[in-house]
Design a binder for this molecule. Structure first.
Ligand SMILES: *Cc1c(COP(=O)(O)O)cnc(C)c1O
Length: 827
């Protein structure tokens, strides 16, 4: 193993177990206030987390001191979401303490898994975007990059999803109810955040006209820090999340008037800022509170960065050499106007100097081209909530448009403007993020190309060097080493464990593709994982699934563009084929779906109900004889994904080409040895390039064909349906109530949307998908060939490590170098 990753605590020793056990019991008694007889599993989790945290703090401070002493350039990753998942298993694993801890809890008469599962899964994110931020934190710490994650400490994370008669119902995720042992509250790290008020003009001592923002309402942002443990436990970075605090508990004007409740009310209102995560994935619901959340955490983070910078510097000239701020989507883009405001209004820099510093400090990641997801805020609302920022945005816009006026026609100017003048005037946050950044990146090769051709085409012509591609990645620690111990052990037994931090080494496994013993062990690991998932399904849904059936998995947010509906239509077609051919020898298939729908996204919620209704009919049909099952698991989250990914045989990545920016679920599944059935969309294109076209099932239209078909405006889904008896029959059944006899018209809206519009081209890709699926299922009969392809998939995923992604960002966007552990110890 690389010496950089060898930690003092990797390798277990008897005294470690004794020490950890002592620490467990001390924490249990003195912090939790229980003894071993009365402790619940949750108490043991808390105890375990506090004991592990103890072992992190010294090195956490070493890391901070080392970076401080080196005055190194730091990465500041701004994200509204961090979908980190459970931390105890992750921290134990990265510290090399899992086996020590297993033995410790064993001696205390517990099973480690029970303790790990008592941790609430912190769901401070919706899906891919938030999970990417979490994978990046892991990779930045593992690669010894000095980095901070900045976000919001939501009191309520993403809702808990349950099914009531097959319908999604949402429950609040009160994840902090029993406290959070990982975080350190920093009541002294407190910044004022202003809203409303108005802007005054005045002449300063030097005779210069200046602006000041006055008469504001103010809340405080208070920091909570969570250590981010890199693999090997040497570099430990910080995730700093902000919580809203009222300036005072009472508004004394009301209090003195004798209105006690009114006096408390303002506290409650201001603290609403960090109350709840908005549950929309890839769609904006333009609510004022959401906008305030964005400004709240962005402003606090920038104030924190400038305070840290000023400990070493007298002016702002070197800021871009010391701080790289990465905007994870446009949610924190208001930070560009905020830094301008602070530099100009509070520190007296002139515009050009401030703009140069700002642009060299910020960079922006675009995550979607979906028009309904591109953030824009009404000018009127912004003028009310952040009047000074609105002026600065007007100034940025005026200077920019002046510079391009002479060489652009009026239509181009309209498209380039930061203000959308169609209808209610709105600020385009993507434009602000683009102009205020030195680099703008897409998240897969295809997505980056499409950015250049579509949403940012006009900007790209003016700034041809600004857009760059950074294909997403996933952390091999959580998604292979931790989630799949069986496969992990097998791999390490053959090639050592260097792959954990250098995933490219998996390529060596390609030599073993034809090795029968290796194949057999690879299959055994998969089967073990399938048994684990089958037990999970039985526990949660009381459905028995056949471990030897093909596990066909589609797990992700429910969204029309991701086309869960295409999967369901093919499932119904397969169901009909099985019923029509009672004696034919079918390969048993288990369809496994999971995912949450945004609470106001009615069509997506109806798709969930459809999946549950279809599942109920198929799973209980005696004619099917278990050869097809459909399972929809409730409450998809990181912990559930960790059980599903290692157990999958087939990975469904079937979005309409051109609509999925990258996907990362596709990477987790392929890394764990699932074959992909998918469209040429997002990172699927690059997965095909790496695993080879023979080891992936690609079907359907590509992005260009989708574009052309839409441009022609002549696509007729009814003609397609009319010409395809499989599809027609499936739609007739769904629309006619075959799966909803209690309410035969229930799914008419779904069928009608397909017949009369089919914006996502489900019908257009149906037949090709059905055939491709049949090819995959047939191949599954041939265990040797299937396993060979699965091994090639795992072995080819090295490039999709988020370590690779992060090192690309560090080199090409941030200009940040690793700070090796111990760097600060000499001085
Ligand atoms: C990886 C992951 C996602 C993203 O999945 P996609 O298939 O890329 O959309 C969403 N949610 C969770 C919990 C994940 O782990």
């Amino acid at each position: 193993m690389d010496a950089r990753y060898r930690s003092r605590e990797i390798g277990r020793k008897a005294e470690d177990v004794d020490a950890l056990k002592r620490s467990f019991l001390e924490w249990l008694v003195y912090s939790v206030g229980k003894d071993a007889k009365t402790a619940t599993r949750r108490d043991w989790f808390t105890t375990g987390a506090l004991s592990v945290r103890d072992r992190v703090v010294d090195r956490w401070m070493d890391t901070t001191r080392g970076v401080y002493a080196a005055d190194a350039k730091r990465i500041y990753y701004f994200s509204m979401e961090f979908l980190v998942g459970r931390l105890l298993s992750n921290n134990l694993d990265n510290l090399g303490l899992t086996e020590v801890c297993r033995e410790t809890v064993d001696r205390l008469g517990l099973r480690l898994e029970e303790v790990l599962e008592a941790e609430p899964d912190p769901a401070l994110g919706n899906g891919g975007l938030g999970r990417l931020a979490a994978c990046f934190l892991d990779s930045m710490a593992t690669q010894h990059l000095p980095a901070f994650g900045y976000g919001i400490r939501y009191e309520y994370g993403l809702f808990e999803q349950r099914f009531d008669q097959g319908w999604q119902v949402e429950f609040p995720d009160n994840w902090l109810r029993f406290g959070n042992p990982w975080e350190f509250a920093r009541p002294e790290v407190l910044y004022p955040i202003h809203f409303h008020g108005h802007v005054e003009t005045y002449i300063d001592g030097a005779g210069m006209e200046r602006r000041r923002w006055v008469g504001t309402e103010t809340v405080h942002a208070m920091a909570f820090d969570t250590p981010v443990v890199g693999y090997g436990g040497e570099t430990i970075n910080t995730l700093r999340l902000w919580s809203a605090r009222a300036l005072s508990d009472f508004d004394f004007t009301h209090f003195n008037d004798g209105d006690y409740l009114k006096a408390v009310e303002s506290k409650v209102l201001s603290e609403n800022l960090s109350r709840v995560l908005y549950p929309n994935d890839a769609t904006e619901v333009g609510r004022e509170l959401r906008f305030k959340q964005e400004y709240f955490f962005t402003s606090a983070s920038i104030q924190d960065i400038l305070r840290r910078y000023m400990q070493h510097h007298k002016d702002f000239d070197a800021l871009p050499e010391k701080a790289a701020i990465q905007l994870n989507d446009t949610h924190p883009a208001i930070g560009i106007a905020e830094l301008m405001r602070i530099l100009i209004d509070l520190h007296g820099l002139d515009w050009d100097r401030a703009w140069d510093i700002t642009r060299r400090t910020f960079s922006y990641t675009n995550h979607t081209l979906l028009p309904e997801a591109l953030e824009s805020w009404p000018v009127g609302m912004m003028e009310r909530v952040l009047p000074r920022h609105m002026q600065i945005i007007y100034d940025i816009n005026a200077r920019f448009l002046d510079s391009v006026w002479a060489r652009s026609d009026i239509d181009t100017i309209r498209r380039l403007s930061l203000i959308d003048e169609n209808g209610e005037r709105r600020v385009r946050m993507g434009g602000l993020a683009f102009l205020g950044s030195h680099k703008v990146n897409g998240v897969s090769a295809l997505h980056t190309d499409l950015m250049k051709q579509t949403v940012f085409a006009d900007y790209h012509r003016l700034f041809p060097d600004r857009i760059t591609n950074m294909t997403n990645g996933i952390t091999p620690r959580r998604w292979l080493h931790q989630a799949n111990p069986a496969l992990s052990r097998l791999i390490s037994s053959r090639i050592g464990d260097g792959w954990i931090t250098d995933l490219g080494r998996l390529a060596v496994l390609k030599e073993r593709v034809g090795d029968e013993v290796f194949q057999e062990e690879f299959r055994r690991a998969k089967r073990q994982n399938k048994k684990r998932l089958a037990a999970y399904i039985a526990r949660h849904l009381r459905i028995d699934v056949d471990v030897d059936s093909l596990f066909d998995v589609q797990v992700k947010r429910i969204h029309e563009y991701k086309r869960q509906l295409l999967n369901l239509l093919q499932t119904v077609a397969l169901y009909n084929e099985i019923r029509d051919n009672p004696t034919r020898d079918f390969v048993p298939v288990t369809k496994i779906l999971a995912g949450k729908a945004a609470p106001a996204y009615h069509q997506a919620k109806l798709i969930i109900k459809l999946a549950n209704d279809i599942g109920r009919v198929i799973n209980n049909d005696p004619l099917v004889r278990g050869r097809l099952k459909l399972v929809m698991l409730p409450n998809y989250n990181v912990s559930q994904a960790e059980i599903i990914m290692p157990a999958a045989d087939l990975s469904e990545q079937i979005s309409t080409a051109g609509m999925e920016a990258s996907g990362t679920g596709n990477m987790k599944l392929a890394l764990n040895g699932a074959l992909t059935i998918g469209t040429l969309d997002g990172a699927n294109v690059e997965i095909r390039d790496h695993v080879g076209a023979d080891n992936i099932f690609i079907f359907g239209m590509n992005a260009q064909e989708v574009q052309e078909l839409r441009d022609q405006g002549a696509f007729d889904p009814r003609a397609v349906v009319g010409a395809n008896p499989h599809l027609k029959r499936a739609l007739d059944m769904i629309g006619g109530g075959a799966f909803s006899p209690d309410d035969p018209g229930r799914f008419r809206p779904i069928v009608d949307a397909l017949l009369y519009n089919d914006h996502f081209l489900v019908t257009a890709d149906f037949e090709d998908y059905r055939n491709s699926h049949a090819t995959a299922v047939t191949l599954y009969r041939n265990k040797t060939e299937w396993t060979a392809k699965a091994i090639i998939n795992t072995a080819s995923m090295g490039w999709f490590s988020s370590d690779r992604t992060i090192l690309d960002y560090a080199k090409h966007i941030w200009g940040v170098a690793p700070v090796l552990p111990g760097a600060g110890e000499a001085d």
